[in-house]
Ligand binder design. Structure first.
Ligand code: ASP
Length: 330
């Protein structure tokens, strides 16, 4: 029996065309039918496609509710017989949406996110090749039980580790800490490694639960922290290096952590937040002794989403700390 894959489109560069005045890059005008029609080799794969036009948004405007709706639709499609689901969307937010989908997705079926760095009217547009590879991965039994994957430039990345590491390059997506989990070669997906466990803390997220993200910079006095008022249920601080802030911020952070869960991540984006290597005021061990929770290997954007999922489920500080500690193990 032939494989069946659903393609759900959310918008982004891959679907962006000129407007009525001919101004390039102006409208998200392509339907999933148009996207598929631009990839003739898809017909030769023998994979049956179901197409869903869910949203037409730039990546920057995708919301947590849109991601929840996409996960819900993907689940329905799998329940109705899809072997896997491809989500096309703007690359600007893929590293976050894919991670959130990964947290919410407990089904063994592959859930694959792709997009394009160059829109269809640009020379060397990458959308068609990315869509073809993404469909091939979503149809592959080898990609089962891997959570959410990001397929770009024939590379298969785990949502847990992927980052957008260049503003315009077609090879913008990398997994700097681990490398990709696999590759698509001549239409065949290969998976090189599987992670031992997955983070699937709770299967929903409440967009009304707000989590602040504050990035620390040179000679920062932490003034922005006072803007974190009762609207926020939690906060992530993206510190320097392995989790450090200026000593002038320490008291403010300690007071904030007494009020709401505060996760300490690194603005570097790759590598762990340490726990017990430095002991100066504002060091990782000092901050964690004052109640901040280390983000482990999660970058600030991913840590923020994990904290939001946990807070949405009513998790207390102990569960939040235990979940981030599990994430620190890989
Ligand atoms: N540059 C973005 C993209 O690749 C624009 C967006 O995220 O919508 O799709």
């Amino acid at each position: 029996m032939s494989q069946r894959v659903s393609v759900v489109s959310l918008g982004g560069t891959i679907a962006t065309v000129p407007d009525a005045e001919g101004r390039a890059g102006a409208v998200i005008g392509l339907s999933p039918q148009d996207l598929v029609a631009a990839v003739p080799p898809l017909a030769g794969t023998g994979i049956a496609l179901d197409l869903v036009d869910l949203r037409r948004l730039p990546g920057a405007s995708v919301t947590v509710d849109d991601v929840r709706a996409a996960a819900q639709r993907a689940r329905e499609l799998v329940d109705r017989g899809a072997d896997g689901v491809v989500l096309t969307q703007g690359t600007d937010t893929i590293e976050e949406t894919a991670f959130l989908l990964d947290l919410l997705w407990t089904d063994p079926a592959p859930l694959v996110v792709t997009g394009a760095m160059r829109y269809p009217s640009l020379a060397g547009a990458d959308g068609p090749a990315n869509l073809l590879a993404a469909v091939q991965v979503a149809a592959s039994p080898r990609a089962r039980d891997l959570g959410c994957l990001v397929v770009m430039s024939d590379e298969i990345h785990a949502a847990r580790w992927v980052r957008k590491a260049h503003t315009i390059s077609p090879s913008a997506f990398t997994s700097p800490a681990t490398g990709p989990v696999g590759h698509v070669v001549e239409g065949e997906p290969s998976i090189w490694w599987r992670r031992p466990g997955r983070l699937t803390p709770h299967s929903t997220i409440d967009s009304k639960v707000r989590v602040a993200l504050v990035t620390v910079a040179l000679d920062d006095d932490g003034g922005l922290l006072s803007a974190i008022d009762d609207r926020y249920a939690g906060a992530v601080v993206a510190g320097f290096g392995a989790g450090h802030v200026p000593d002038t911020m320490v008291d403010r952070l300690e007071r904030l952590a007494a009020r709401i869960p505060v996760v300490l991540a690194s603005r570097i984006g790759v590598g762990p937040v340490l726990t017990a290597t430095y002991r100066f005021a504002g060091s990782e061990s000092d901050l964690q002794s004052r109640g901040l929770i280390g983000a482990g290997h999660l970058d600030p954007y991913k840590a923020r989403l994990l904290l939001q999922v946990l807070l949405s489920a009513g998790a207390d500080r102990a569960e939040i700390a235990a979940t981030f500690s599990a994430a620190a193990q890989g």
